[in-house]
Design a protein around this ligand. Structure first.
Ligand code: NDP
Ligand code: 2IT
Length: 449
């Protein structure tokens, strides 16, 4: 097992996030391999950690000053054993092949847990949408899709949003795909409602994460009512996490972006949340502006000299990291424990470093890994695909009901798998094992491909 990780590290020594994601899954599935010798004979670990296909391409576009800009585009088609490749696109300057591979790898197990027929993939670019005009974003998206369109399709690979890719970007990407192919198909999810999108898709990741937290609490005869919650990020996932926490009677006291965080001791309410949505989604502003509108709140800018994030150092019951990978380091994990946090639910992908996960597991926190807790987003993407295939749209209540049902089922699957392999109540082990077994069995059925 370690050999596989060593091999992967030697092959691609700089892909640290990918190594981290693989290491976690390999550690969890060790007992599964011990129980099923066929998996080792069939080299499933070597196969599942090697993408089926990696596409890397040049994206050339012209900015508003008529300067030529060059970015790098990626699509990692990781695994199609249980369905067409499915997963988001991330536009962020930090994007590189290692990050897209880690996200694609996580997506394989996440999609497997949703109960829907979706393989795993992920893509994106090191393009930074921040500060760009709508026209610049459109030109970038058109150029990006001109190449990507050769590799995707409604039965092949169906991208969606992730960091830096929301409704605006999906619109431009879809428009260019349609023009190139002369086809109106469900090739992307996260589309706007009036041209093929699904109700509840914008809300789905955040809502799903909170439904998962409510399930974990429910399994312990507890609820979110009156619980104080720390939320990080202020984008799509964070916003709808806050909305659902408020629906369920919880209290949210923090939000952040990459420049800093706000602490509002009074707690957010629906008016404040509506203000934040307008700030982030329409004005594309920064979270620090919150304290101009609500002066009782405190804004703390990121201090590069600090080796911890003060957002995670407040008295609270629950934490919902919803910004980005590795945003909770070991010190942050210790602060969460010291401040009384008993539940950590990952809206983001891989937001917790391995040492902090160990702390959570050792201290028996209710810890939900991203591949289980944030699977609601891709699950409703799967429902969007189903609606597109039928050329129908389901009402809000129906999609929300299905989302709730899927999150409940993922929760049950994680608990059952963790118990079956002697890790009762360890959601990380359960998610990795259940996600893995389903995909690997499908790979074995389909032979050496
Ligand atoms: P958005 O682009 O809408 O928002 C991202 C938020 O995270 C922003 O507040 C952003 O701040 C902050 N952020 C991004 N990068 C960093 C960084 N390096 N350091 C600190 N803060 C950062 O993205 P989403 O809300 O869609 O995604 C958030 C997380 O959820 C990601 O991990 C994503 O992979 C995951 N996810 C998303 C799903 C979806 O359906 N959208 C589904 C499942 C998981 P700033 O504006 O300063 O960049
Ligand atoms: O990480 C994720 O699951 C997403 N960004 C959503 C993927 C999707 O296809 O909806």
């Amino acid at each position: 097992m370690t050999d596989i990780l060593e091999l992967i590290k030697n092959k691609d020594p700089q892909q640290h996030e990918f190594h981290q994601a693989v290491d976690e899954v390999l550690a969890s599935v060790r007992p599964v391999l011990d129980r099923n010798p066929q998996y080792r004979q069939e080299a499933v670990l070597a196969r599942i950690t090697e993408p089926e296909r990696v596409v890397m391409f040049r994206v050339v576009w012209m900015d508003d000053q008529e300067q030529v800009q060059v970015n790098r585009g990626f699509r990692v088609e990781m695994n199609s054993a249980i369905g067409p490749y499915k997963g988001g696109l991330r536009f962020h300057p930090s994007v590189n092949l290692g990050i897209i591979k880690f996200l694609a790898f996580e997506q394989v197990f996440k999609n497997s847990l949703t109960t829907l027929a979706m393989g795993g993939g992920k893509g994106g670019s090191d393009f930074n949408p921040k500060g760009k005009s709508d026209n610049e974003v459109m030109r970038f998206c058109q150029s990006f899709m001109t190449e990507l369109s050769r590799h995707i399709g409604p039965d092949t690979d169906i991208p969606a949003g992730d960091i830096g890719v929301g409704a605006r970007e999906i619109g431009y990407l879809f428009g260019q795909y349609k023009r190139l192919r002369n086809e109106f198909t469900g090739v992307l999810t996260g589309k706007s409602l009036n041209w093929g999108g699904s109700l509840i898709r914008p809300e789905a990741t955040g809502y799903g994460s909170v439904y998962f937290a409510a399930e974990m609490l429910g399994a312990n005869n507890d609820t979110l009512e009156g619980k104080t919650c720390l939320v990080s990020g202020s984008g799509n996932v964070a916003q709808y996490t806050v909305e659902k926490i408020l629906d369920l009677g919880g209290r949210v006291i923090t939000l952040s972006d990459s420049s800093g965080y706000i602490y509002d001791e009074e707690g957010l309410d629906r008016d404040k949340l509506a203000w934040i949505m307008e700030l982030k989604n329409i004005r594309r502003g920064r979270i620090k502006e919150y304290v101009d509108e609500y002066p009782q709140a405190v804004y703390t800018p990121v201090d590069p000299g600090l080796d911890y994030n003060p957002l995670w150092n407040h008295k609270a019951d629950c934490a919902f990291p919803s910004a980005t990978q590795n945003e909770i380091n070991e010190k942050d994990g210790q602060h969460l424990l010291d401040n009384g946090v008993r539940l950590v639910c990952e809206g983001a992908n891989m937001p917790t470093v391995p040492a902090a996960i160990d702390l959570f597991v050792d201290n028996k926190l209710l810890y939900a890994p991203g591949k289980a807790a944030n699977a609601g987003g891709v699950a409703v993407s799967g429902l969007e695909m189903a609606q597109n295939s039928m050329r129908l749209s389901w009402p809000r209540e129906e999609v929300d009901g299905r989302l709730k049902h899927i999150m409940k089922s993922i929760h049950r699957t994680c608990l059952d798998a963790s118990a079956e392999y002697g890790h009762q109540g360890n959601y990380m082990a359960g998610a990795n094992i259940a996600g893995f077994v389903k995909v690997v069995n499908a790979m074995l059925d389909q032979g050496l491909v």
